[in-house]
Write a protein that binds this ligand. Structure first.
Ligand code: LM2
Ligand code: CA
Length: 466
């Protein structure tokens, strides 16, 4: 008999954007579990419209609540949930229930073969018909909450969640995903639904297989100045904090001195840490928002992600992308339109995807975030401008250099004496480091150098000690 594998409570969600379920299951076993990731955001799993050119965004146009998409079917979903759970990794599903599809050309079918008369808002495979939707109008006035919530977002037929019938269909779908093994949900377009309706829907959800309430994070883009506020959603679950990506991108592009990070979080007008779901870029902003960093400027990007994972504000989510040149470009696909399996190089990087989550500096910071769980930030030091260092309890130490000159300082690391591997530049491998080493003296100080040629930051922690 095999002993049951311990469920490791990890830190950090990774969005495996447009991955197949079979690849995700393997990634849990081979990489995410061992590295200490908490969970995965999977792309919408419900049947959606098959749209010409197979853009990624067809998945935000549901045709039914059958679990069948280019990622796989219901059996594949369940198998993935089971295998990831055994590896200590949770599955969070991106769920789309603000709307169904927009009006599509006649003859368009869903990824599971279902048909719909989209022009008359008739989706027999759910089944929804015209009376279950708000009457047609366009979301075009963000100063008016009723317009935002009762009209169509970019032409997507807007469901009326105040109807008991509609609530029932949504609840059944989410509970079915829980039965199959989902541990939580990203709620797409939460801003476009009434919090009072969401509250009813969430309250009817089952506990998950791990015996807890589903982890819910609601997508609300709120930079301030609009009618809908994230405070309305905070009592219901976590809420996306979009300011995080913009602010940290400014900092790590050298547009705002990083000395100001001393009170990063609520001190910067962001929501309370225990409500905030934070990320640098997501699948939308990496394409559409030039004010956020993405994989295309890797050095700055890694610094921003590292700060997010190392500082301890909010629940962090890491993006894992495919390469794109234009915003509509779909994921790597085979000639028949099916999603390509993810392939790997001998160094562990992906060959047909970006896979930011496998970058040494980023997976290393997942290890850091696990090691420093439960500690607070202390000993913040800056050079008065663009170099900072700080401790996380006596578990971890971080240094960032955004100056265009080298950083060479003697720092208090708050760590026990010894030799540590820098997880920005390498990993601990037996009793040596593949990257830089740092020697901590008996008084906790160490000589820290962060130079132009490297990653722009340095991170050591108790589990990277030789
Ligand atoms: C979201 N969060 O609230 C998703 O993060 C975002 O990716 C979704 O938009 C959006 N809400 C709706 O679920 C994406 C994509 C849009 C795309 C929609 C629907 O960003 O560009 O809209 O999915 O597939 C596309 C066309 C748009 C057209 C619409 C309807 O780009 O021009 O509008 O389909 O045909 C006429
Ligand atoms: Ca709505």
């Amino acid at each position: 008999l095999l002993a049951p594998r311990a469920i490791v409570a990890g830190v950090g969600i990774v969005h495996l954007f447009e991955w197949r379920f079979d690849d995700i299951a393997k990634e849990c076993e081979n990489f995410l579990g061992p590295k200490g990731f908490d969970g995965i955001q999977v792309s919408p799993v419900a049947e959606c419209a098959v749209i010409n050119g197979r853009p990624w965004w067809e998945r935000y146009q549901p045709f039914s609540y059958k679990v069948i998409s280019r990622s796989g079917d219901e059996n594949g979903f369940k198998d993935m949930c089971d295998r990831c759970r055994k590896a200590g990794v949770k599955i969070y599903v991106d769920t789309v229930f603000n709307h169904m599809s927009a009006t599509q050309p006649g003859g368009t079918i869903g990824t599971g073969g279902s048909s719909a008369d989209t022009g008359s808002k008739y989706y027999p495979a759910v089944s929804y018909s015209n009376e279950n939707f708000h009457s047609t109008c366009s979301v075009n006035n963000y100063n008016d909450a009723s317009n935002v919530r009762n009209c169509e977002l970019v032409g997507l037929h807007d469901l009326d969640q105040s109807q008991e019938y509609v609530r029932g269909k949504i609840v059944d779908h989410l509970n079915h995903l829980i039965d199959l093994g989902a541990e939580g949900f990203r709620v797409d377009a939460a801003k476009h639904m009434w919090p009072s309706d969401l509250q009813v829907i969430y309250s009817r959800l089952k506990n998950t297989q791990s015996g807890s309430r589903p982890f819910i994070y609601q997508e609300d883009i709120d930079y301030g100045g609009e009618a809908v506020h994230h405070e309305e959603y905070m009592p219901l679950g976590h809420v996306t904090e979009f300011k995080n990506g913009r602010e940290l991108s400014r900092c790590f592009r050298g547009q705002n001195p990083i000395k100001w990070l001393v009170n990063y979080g609520t001190g910067w007008g962001m929501m309370p840490s225990d409500s905030a779901l934070v990320f640098i870029d997501n699948h939308d902003t990496q394409r559409s928002d030039g004010s956020v960093l993405n994989y295309k400027t890797p050095r700055n990007y890694k610094m921003a992600v590292a700060f997010m994972l190392g500082w301890g504000y909010g629940t962090p989510k890491v993006m894992s992308s495919y390469y794109f040149d234009s915003s509509d470009q779909g994921p790597p696909a085979n000639g028949d339109g099916s999603l390509q399996n993810v392939n790997f190089n001998s160094d562990g990087s992906c060959s047909n995807r970006v896979c930011e989550h496998r970058w040494t500096a980023i997976s290393g910071m997942i290890g850091f975030a696990n090691a420093v769980q439960g500690t607070s930030t202390s000993n913040f030091w800056s050079n008065g401008n663009n170099q900072i260092t700080f401790c996380r309890g006596n578990k971890g130490f971080l240094a960032f250099n955004v100056e265009n000159y080298d950083m060479n300082v003697s720092s208090q690391t708050c760590l026990p004496a010894g030799t540590y591997c820098d997880v920005a530049s390498g990993v601990k491998n037996g009793n040596s480091c593949t990257g830089k080493t740092v020697t901590v003296n008996n008084d906790g100080t160490a000589q820290i150098s962060v130079t132009g040629g490297g990653e722009g930051f340095l991170a050591i922690h108790v589990n990277s000690k030789l």
